[in-house]
Write a protein that binds this ligand. Structure first.
Ligand SMILES: C[S@@+](CC[C@H](N)C(=O)[O-])C[C@H]1O[C@@H](n2cnc3c(N)ncnc32)[C@H](O)[C@@H]1O
Length: 184
């Protein structure tokens, strides 16, 4: 992937019990599809260990951080703030502008759980809809990151994995990276 300024995904809101897997999957999707870090706010912080564990096993770099002051993070972010919401501008209309902005400055991508306060809509440089239909923070994040990186994130290489999945037509193959190196 081309070197660009950092991309941080902020998970805003988390309903304990109901959102456990969703918040974990926001973190895993951010990691798998090329973001540099996930920032888990408030109760969402409980999912940090799971995302760290996956990064330890499957490679990085990817940072997992927590915050008790997500609104302050958004307000004071030194870069472009993108808020993913079904009410936003169509992704296909703004993706080029966002890609251009990201060439020179970091990006903060905000995804919600429940109702997001109007403050966030106002501070965001872009409120972006991945369709204007209600669906999910995981789906919108995945589509957004793929558009941001124009698909290059699919070819990313991972540093220091404990295990590597070997793609195959049928079956599951997971190998120790040292075994791969020894065979080369
Ligand atoms: C359960 S939804 C809440 C839907 C909310 N009414 C909204 O503003 O999109 C949780 C999160 O999913 C994301 N989301 C849902 N649908 C989306 C869409 N069509 N485009 C972009 N993001 C979406 C938003 O980040 C939202 O905060």
């Amino acid at each position: 992937m081309r070197e660009t300024p950092d991309v941080t995904v902020l998970r805003l809101g988390h309903r304990p019990g109901r959102d456990e897997r969703i918040t974990t999957h926001v973190g895993l999707t951010a990691r798998a599809l090329g973001a540099d870090r996930v920032l888990l706010a408030g109760a969402a912080s409980s999912r940090a260990d799971t995302v760290v564990d996956i990064t330890d096993r499957f490679g990085g770099p990817f940072d997992v951080e927590t915050t008790e002051e997500p609104k302050r993070v958004i307000r004071e972010f030194d870069g472009t703030v993108v808020h993913l919401t079904m009410y936003g501008e169509r992704i296909q209309d703004v993706e080029t502008d966002i890609r251009t902005a990201h060439e020179s400055e970091p990006l903060l991508i905000v995804v919600g759980a429940e109702k997001v306060s109007f403050e966030v809509y106002e501070r965001a440089d872009y409120n972006v809809g991945v369709t204007n239909q209600p669906h999910s923070e995981i789906a919108s994040l995945a589509v957004f990151l793929d558009r941001l990186y124009s698909g290059d994130e699919l070819d990313r290489e991972w540093a220091d994995p404990d295990q590597i999945v070997v793609p195959m037509e049928t079956g599951k193959k997971v190998v120790d990276p040292e075994a791969v190196e020894d065979a080369e």
